[in-house]
Write a protein that binds this ligand. Structure first.
Ligand code: G3P
Length: 215
């Protein structure tokens, strides 16, 4: 499973990029809005420079024509831009138009298997089920990821699944176990993946023992 970073914060992306384990970035209007005083296109330009892999940028229009217009502008920023399209009827109309132009898409705000199937049939490059937000309303987000992965495979659909709305390290492990192609994770969760108390304790003991030998 590949790891993407779910943030528009350049400091976070710059730091995470150093480890060589992050292969893409996803943003959304809420994440961009947190980067106060920064221009949307400028942020995307910098992110695409830091991360050579896919960088998702979301459109805000509500009509297919408006989304298409926005998408072609965003896609011009750099060739690793992926257009995030909301899972609406207008959004699904827009996906094949972009696919025809060779523009990659990530259908977002997916909360059901049927929505994922529609996105895949429309030719979406990626589909993003929102794990945490489903858990929030008492549904099992990871089960949806599992179902989508299985059904896309069963019907030979090439759309890749991005487990999104990841809230904690368990979500990352579970997404990997059910075969999600990608998990997009907040920086805080990314840092948590490195940690284990036994690693910290083990290292402390190695250091103490070594210092004692030197005395
Ligand atoms: O990028 C979409 C998604 O990952 C949002 O996550 O935590 O706002 O539900 P969250």
């Amino acid at each position: 499973m590949e790891l993407f970073l779910d943030t528009a914060n350049l400091t976070e992306i710059r730091d995470a990029a150093q480890y060589g384990v992050i292969s893409g970035v996803t943003t959304n209007p809420s994440l961009i809005a947190q980067e106060k005083g920064r221009d949307f296109h400028e942020i995307l330009q910098e992110i695409t420079q830091l991360i050579p892999g896919p960088v998702s940028a979301e459109v805000l229009s509500t009509t297919a024509a408006g989304m298409y217009q926005e998408a072609t502008k965003l896609a011009g920023i750099r060739d690793n831009i992926v257009i995030k399209i909301p899972m609406t009827r207008e959004g699904i109309k827009c996906v094949p138009l972009l696919a025809k132009e060779g523009i990659k898409t990530n259908v977002t705000l997916v909360f059901s298997l049927n929505q994922a199937l529609l996105a895949a049939r429309a030719g979406a490059t990626y589909v993003s089920p929102f794990v945490g937000r489903l858990d929030d309303v008492g549904h099992d987000g990871i089960s949806l990821v599992r179902e989508i992965v299985e059904v896309l495979r069963l019907h030979n659909l090439s759309t890749k699944v991005i487990a999104a709305s990841i809230r904690h390290p368990m979500h990352v492990m579970e997404a990997a176990r059910v075969g999600s192609h990608i998990a997009t994770i907040p920086y805080k969760v990314f840092l948590q993946l490195f940690e284990h108390p036994m690693t910290a304790l083990g290292l402390e003991k190695f250091q103490k023992d070594w210092e004692a030998k030197l005395k």
